[in-house]
Design a protein around this ligand. Structure first.
Ligand code: AMP
Length: 496
C-alpha cells in the first residue's frame, strides 16, 4: 500500500515525500481511507505507531475544500478541533499538522495552559481552520468570548484515556455542548477501559473500530526485569545499577512529584547529574530539563507518569521504575518510552514487597511473567522473600539455585526466556498464531522527529496539576519550596 493509493492529494503527498515517508504505517493504512469517507472512528493505538498522521492526513484532505488565502478572519472559522491531554502532545500534534499541511492554504494553531493567553488570542482572532488544544485552556478562550466552535466539522480526541485519567471529562462534556450536532468524531486511546467505552458511546456515532496492536501489547524489543528490594534500599540499588551498568542515560519513574524531586536531589548528591520533571515544575524548568536530557547533559531524568506521557526521546535504552505505578496501564506507557524506532530497550523495576500487588497487576495486564533477578549485593531478606503472593516465585528461584549449582550461592537467578520476559502458555500460543506480531514493533520505521521537539515542554494545562497528586498541595509540605531547574552537581563525581 502506498500513500498515493490512499487517495491523498498531491499537495499532501509532496509534504509526505519531503518528510521521507515511504509508505503508510498499519494504522495509517487502516484509518486514512475510513476517515476520508467521513465516518466516526475509534482508534486503539499507542504513540509511536504513526497515529497522528493517521488522523491528520485525512483531516487535511477533507478540509482542503475550505483552503483559501483570504485575509478576512471570517473566512477561517475553526473547522477541526483536536483535543489532547498535555502541552507536549499539543505541540507535537500541531507540528504534524503544519508539516503535513505545509502546501495547503489552511491555518492552524495550538493553545495550552501555563503560558500567557494573549498571544494565543491574537492568533485565534485572525482565524484558524485547525485548532489543537488542551481542554482547560480551550474553555478559557471560549469564556473570553474569543472563540466560536459553531463551524467545527471534525472533532479529534487524542489519548482519550489519559484525558479521563487527568480528570478532563467535565471539560470535554462542556466542549462537546459547544460543537454542532453534525460532525465527524475521531477518538484515539491506547487502552479501552469501561470509562473510555462509555465516553465513546456518548460521542461517537456508529464508529468504525481500528486497532493496530493488541491492547496493552508491548514492544518485543524491550527486556523486562524486576529487582526485588526493600523500599529503604531502592535509592542505593538505583545508584549501584547506574554505576555498575555504566548507564549513559535513564528515565526513572516515581509515583509522586515529591519522590521525583527527592530522588533527583539525592542522585545529584551522589554525583549523578539528574533532574525531575513533573507537573509542579514551571514551563521553563520542564523545557530545560527535557532539553538537557535530550542533549545528554543530564544522566537521569526522574519523571512522574503524567509528565512522561508522550515524551519522544531518541535512543533511550533504560526505563527504570523506581516505584511501580498504581495503575498497571501506566507501566505500558512508561516502558513505551524505550524500545522505539528499532532501538533495544530495558525496563527495570525496583519492587518492594509492598508493591507485590502492583507487580501482579502489571503481569496480569501484560499476560506475562516478568523475570525476577536479585542483584548480588542487594539480596532481599527472608521475610521479604516470603511475602504473600510472591513466595512461590522466590521458592522457585531458590530451588533453581540449588539444582543449578548445588552448594554454591549464585548472585542472581533468572526466570524467563533470554529476553528476560517470559510469556505464559497462552501468550506463547497467541504469539505462535501471530496474535502478538505487529510489524510496527518488530520492524519499526525510523522516527523523523526534528530538533524542534527539544524545545517542547511537557505536561498539560492548569487543571490536572492539582488533580494528579492533590495532597501535594497541602500546606507546610516542605517539597513545595522552589527547586532549581537542574540539579547538576558543581563538581561532578565529587560527592560520591
Ligand atoms: P506518532 O505515533 O504519531 O507519535 O508518530 C511517531 C513517529 O513516526 C513520528 O516521529 C512521525 O514523524 C513518524 N511517522 C509517522 N508516519 C510515518 C510513516 N508513514 N513513515 C515514517 N515515519 C512516520
Amino acid at each position: 500500500m502506498t500513500f498515493e493509493q490512499l487517495g491523498l492529494s498531491t499537495d499532501i503527498l509532496q509534504a509526505l515525500s519531503d518528510q521521507g515517508y515511504e509508505k503508510p504505517t498499519p494504522i495509517q493504512e487502516q484509518a486514512i481511507p475510513i476517515i476520508m469517507t467521513g465516518c466516526d472512528v475509534m482508534g486503539a493505538a499507542q504513540t509511536g505507531t504513526g497515529k497522528t498522521a493517521g488522523f491528520t492526513l485525512p483531516m487535511l484532505s477533507r478540509l482542503q475544500i475550505h483552503a483559501n488565502t483570504s485575509t478576512s478572519p471570517a473566512k477561517h472559522p475553526v473547522r477541526a478541533l483536536i483535543l489532547v491531554p498535555t502541552r507536549e502532545l499539543a505541540v507535537q500534534v500541531h507540528e504534524s499538522v503544519k508539516t503535513y499541511g505545509k502546501y495547503l492554504a489552511l491555518r492552524s494553531t495550538v493553545v495550552y495552559g501555563g503560558v500567557n493567553i494573549d498571544p494565543q488570542i491574537e492568533v485565534i482572532k485572525s482565524g484558524v481552520e485547525i485548532l489543537v488544544a488542551t481542554p482547560g485552556r480551550l474553555l478559557d478562550h471560549v469564556q473570553q468570548k474569543m472563540l466560536s466552535l459553531s463551524k467545527v466539522e471534525i472533532l479529534v480526541l487524542d489519548e482519550a484515556d489519559r484525558m479521563l485519567d487527568m480528570g478532563f471529562l467535565p471539560d470535554i462534556k462542556q466542549i462537546i455542548q459547544l460543537l454542532p450536532q453534525h460532525r465527524q468524531n475521531l477518538m484515539f486511546s491506547a487502552t479501552f477501559s469501561a470509562e473510555i467505552k462509555k465516553l465513546a458511546g456518548k460521542i461517537l456515532q456508529e464508529p468504525v473500530l481500528i486497532e493496530v496492536a493488541k491492547q496493552n501489547s508491548i514492544s518485543e524489543l524491550i527486556t523486562h526485569v524486576v529487582h526485588p528490594i526493600e523500599t529503604s534500599r531502592k535509592q542505593e540499588l538505583l545508584i549501584h545499577l547506574i554505576r555498575q551498568k555504566n548507564l549513559k542515560q535513564a528515565l526513572v519513574f516515581t509515583r509522586t512529584k515529591q519522590s521525583a524531586d527527592k530522588l533527583a536531589y539525592r542522585l545529584v548528591r551522589h554525583g549523578i547529574a539528574s533532574t525531575a520533571i513533573h507537573g509542579d515544575r514551571n514551563q521553563l524548568q520542564r523545557t530545560e530539563a527535557l532539553d538537557s536530557f535530550k542533549q545528554g547533559l543530564i544522566r537521569v531524568l526522574v519523571a512522574t507518569d503524567v509528565a512522561a506521557r508522550g515524551l519522544d526521546i531518541e535512543d533511550l535504552a533504560y526505563v527504570i521504575n523506581f516505584e511501580l505505578p498504581n495503575n498497571p496501564e501506566d507501566y505500558v506507557h512508561r516502558i513505551g518510552r524505550t524500545g522505539r524506532a528499532g532501538v533495544k530497550g530495558f525496563a527495570v523495576s525496583l519492587v518492594s514487597k509492598e508493591e507485590n500487588k502492583q507487580l501482579l497487576e502489571v503481569e496480569k495486564l501484560l499476560n506475562t511473567k516478568i523475570c525476577i533477578e536479585e542483584v548480588k549485593e542487594f539480596e532481599v531478606r527472608k521475610e521479604f522473600v516470603n511475602a504473600p503472593g510472591r513466595a512461590n516465585r522466590f521458592e522457585e528461584k531458590q530451588s533453581k539455585r540449588t539444582t543449578d549449582n548445588p552448594g554454591k550461592k549464585t548472585s542472581a537467578s533468572k526466570r524467563g526466556n533470554d529476553r528476560g520476559l517470559q510469556l505464559n502458555n497462552e501468550s506463547r500460543n497467541a504469539k505462535r498464531v501471530g496474535k502478538y506480531e505487529d510489524p510496527l514493533f518488530t520492524q519499526p520505521y525510523v522516527s523523523k522527529s526534528d530538533q524542534t521537539k527539544a524545545d517542547q515542554s511537557i505536561d498539560s494545562d492548569r487543571d490536572h496539576l492539582s488533580k494528579e497528586f492533590p495532597y501535594h498541595h497541602k500546606k507546610n509540605n516542605h517539597f513545595n519550596r522552589p527547586i532549581p531547574a537542574l540539579f547538576v552537581p558543581s563538581t561532578p563525581g565529587k560527592n560520591k
